[in-house]
Design a protein around this ligand. Sequence first.
Ligand code: G3P
Ligand code: MG
Length: 381
Amino acid sequence: MIHLQLLRKSSQTRSRKQLSQLFSTISQISSQPSKPPSFGIAFDIDGVVLRGNTPIGGASRALRRLYDGSGVLKVPFVFLTNGGGIRESKRAAELSELLGVKISPSQVLQGHSPFKQLVNRFENELIVAVGKGEPAVVMSEYGFKNVISIDEYALYFDNIDPLAPYKKWGTIDFAVERTRKCSINSKRVQAAFIVSDSVDWSRDIQVLCDTLRTGGLPASEEGPQPPLYFAHDDLKYQGAFPSERLGMGAFRIALESVFNSIHAEALKYTYFGKLNPVAFKNAEVVLKQQASFIYRELNIVNHANSGSHDFQTLYMIGDNPAVDIKGARQARNPWFPILTRTGVFKGDHHSNYPEFPANMVVDTVEEAVDFILRNEHQITD
Ligand code: G3P
Ligand code: MG
């Protein structure tokens, strides 16, 4: 059951405007059946498409409807997730396997994907990458040539983590790498990147405080803070556990609170990912490239130039009102936020999220896609 939720006056005006855009899109498509869609979709992953590694909300069925019978993409879509710690190519392969459709790496936009934009600045500088998965591998693939994971970095400083002997999980053997980078503990770190969720908060907060207070070299004199970048600032997210889990934003609060308690100057940092408008801009650029590709496939030559395509509507399907919905609202036209009940938001059938209301609230991602295809006149049944 779909309910339009128009809880605020400002949102009412906006929603009506966007709905009228929708209906003009429908009539456009009806009169020109060969025209490819003038809309695109951005799917959040955690709490919308997956919980942990389990597909939810009819996600596989919903995604299959965006391809034609022979598996060719007919509706531009991307995954716009704050998750990460894995290369986009690997994540695309995983999602293809889990969801049963062919996802290309360019369709996977992760919280840390915009870090690529900082390669020019830090290409050859020593930088530290923090988080679960393969944060240093991710950064190397973006083009950073002198990146080290915090797991490995901590090993160059004896006793930097006094709790290490009590940590039962042990450490990875970086012996080979250590010979190669034997001067690491005398070089200054030029920036720290929080690529994905910290696995060991106590060690990472300790090592980051040591590094950031000293101009990039633990145990040396205090110095100017190197830049610190977070992939996103999600306080919580929906994983496999029934209630929400603490996310990177919670780690940021902990680090900031400790740093500011032991250092005269407040911690300075930047975060990317949703709800940063840059994330929505990047998604629009990628969706435009896909739309141009679809035009090319349909031999509509006038629209074949990459990036020349204008969307009437871009749908953001998310589960987190404070991130997905707020972000899409702030990104404004042509973004149209749809909130599902499968993740962080757990309101009942007649509620929206009053602080950042979505244009529409649905039970599942499948329901959202059904609504979109009907309204965009793309239903074939
Ligand atoms: O750590 C992942 C989480 O913060 C959010 O993922 O897909 O809901 O943006 P997603
Ligand atoms: Mg989510």
